[in-house]
Design a protein around this ligand. Structure first.
Ligand code: FAD
Ligand code: SF4
Length: 457
């Protein structure tokens, strides 16, 4: 009979980890991973696979771990997922594969995410398969999870793939957004190294919309994929947002990620340190910002206009944040940022929850006369982000009001030969959704290029 509880996983102690930027979770050792793998029932119809947006053969890789065949385990994952070290760390498994795991009906589900992470970390020399090349050229815009996934899948099919990245390093949010203590940059680098070994060319400092338009790329390449993400932060539109000491979470996290992450003890920062920080929002981006601010020495409060039940961040991250001493103020909405030149406080109003809105969540409503002030010297706004309008503006592509690209069920845009996936189509979502949709786009691009070849014959 399977053990009821998951094999415990070691983590840095909260008191220690708030003084450094090293990874919080220390991962399974080989014996612990095998013990957890033993819990898997090897179901004939594994529901966990249905719960995985890229359909990893979960029982197959877990069986290899059980048998100590760790290289085979990572090979099995890479049949459908080229970023296992990333996904093992940041995917919301509790909402996906682990939610579907049959064991979870009675006991704790198999800890699939941490087993994926173990297999990926175990992989030593990155081996790439033999690929039969063809001469067809594909342009990929953006090197986040969507771009990297589409590039890898097409390179494996033999295409000559070039990624154009606007920034001076690759990985998108994986490099510039998610902090080191959740996703070490060496893991991102290792995954990108593998993609390079598949023959993918990466060009940095290449802003599409300026360097070339999408239409120009369609002349130079056989097909184009757009995975340019959602890097434009939203603000609240309240008085005081222009004060010194107010950051968008995007700017805050990018600045932190540009710092020397390897030297976690002397983490010199291009951010002015603050003593009391208010973070507005309750998604992964807000919690990451709060935990970074805590590590930079501040007393941190997360302010959210709904209740804890509606917080969109991963449960694991909220738990970690609480352990690290971050305060949470629920049913609270900032209405004004106070200060002469720099931030001195935030005026908030108390909220209550009313009827359900169109998203199925209870609508927050202000309570009259409940205004109060929280003193602080920094405010980080993490209420969401959308696509940068540059690509939508510089092409004839059909797009939504927020510059999100409109695609059909095969991720095809309104321009012939141009496909898109990830946050630029869905709005801010998850790594695995970006990857799942990018895989769909890669299949459609393959079909499109093959059929185009036939038409020309
Ligand atoms: P991105 O990762 O944004 O990559 C887009 C890339 O395109 C960027 O590198 C950008 O520079 C480049 N680009 C943009 N415009 C151009 C242009 N004109 N020309 C060339 N290149 C361009 N998801 C999870 O699943 N779990 C988490 O725990 C999680 N935590 C998160 C924490 C933070 C702080 C943030 C910001 C997001 C988090 N997410 C998380 C969401 C997840 O990271 C995104 O959904 C995912 O990265 C989207 O992938 P993408 O490839 O579409 O876009
Ligand atoms: Fe193993 Fe759970 Fe998947 Fe069954 S559903 S194969 S027990 S991980």
């Amino acid at each position: 009979m399977a053990k009821q509880k998951q094999t415990p996983i070691k983590e840095q102690e909260p008191k220690e980890r708030i003084k450094n930027f090293k990874e919080v979770c220390l991962g399974y050792a080989a014996e612990e991973a095998k013990e957890e793998a033993l819990r898997c029932l090897q179901c004939k119809k594994p529901l966990c696979v249905e719960g995985c947006p890229v359909n990893i053969n979960i029982p197959k890789f877990i069986k290899f771990i059980k048998e100590s065949k760790f290289d085979d385990a990572v090979r099995a994952i890479k049949e459908t997922n080229n970023l296992p070290g990333v996904c093992g760390r940041v995917c919301p498994q509790e909402e996906q594969c682990e939610k579907m795991c049959i064991l979870g009906k009675k006991y704790e589900p198999v800890n699939i995410g941490k087993l994926e992470r173990f297999a990926s970390d175990y992989e030593g020399d990155i081996k790439s398969p033999q690929i039969k090349k063809n001469s067809k050229k594909i342009a990929i815009i953006g090197s986040g999870p969507a771009g990297l996934t589409c590039a890898a899948d097409l390179a494996l099919k033999g295409y000559d793939v070039t990624i154009f990245e606007a920034l001076h390093d690759f990985g998108g949010v994986l490099r510039y957004g998610i902090p080191e203590f959740r996703l070490p940059k060496k893991i991102v680098e290792k995954e990108i190294e593998y993609i390079k070994k598949l023959g993918v060319k990466l060009v940095k400092d290449a802003v599409i919309g300026r360097l070339y338009t999408i239409e120009e790329l369609t002349q130079k390449f056989d097909a184009v994929f757009i995975g340019a993400g959602a890097g434009l932060p939203y603000f609240m539109g309240i008085p005081g947002e222009a004060l010194n000491g107010v950051y968008s979470a995007n700017e805050y996290l990018v600045r932190v990620n540009l710092m020397n992450a390897n030297n976690s003890s002397s983490y010199a920062t291009p951010i002015k340190k603050a003593s009391r920080v208010i973070v507005v929002g309750a998604g992964n981006v807000a919690i990451d910002s709060a935990r970074v601010a805590r590590r930079l020495g501040a007393d941190v409060t997360v302010v959210y206009r709904r209740s804890e039940n509606e917080m969109p961040a991963r449960i694991e991250e909220i738990k970690h944040a609480k352990e690290e001493g971050i305060h949470f103020l629920m049913l609270t909405l900032p209405v004004k940022i106070l200060g002469a030149e720099k931030v001195e406080g935030v005026e908030c109003v108390q909220m209550m929850l009313g009827e359900e809105d169109e998203t199925g969540r209870k609508r927050p409503m202000p309570i009259e006369g409940s205004e109060f002030v929280i003193d602080c010297d920094q405010v980080i706004i993490a209420i969401g982000q959308g696509p940068n309008p540059l690509i939508a503006k510089t092409s004839r592509m059909e797009h939504g009001l927020k510059s999100n690209l409109i695609v059909d069920e095969n991720m095809k845009t309104s321009i012939e030969g141009v496909y898109a996936a990830g946050d630029i189509t869905s709005g801010a979502a998850t790594v695995i959704k970006a990857m799942g949709d990018a895989k769909k786009a890669a299949r459609a691009i393959d079909e499109y290029v093959k059929n185009k070849g036939k038409d020309a014959e």
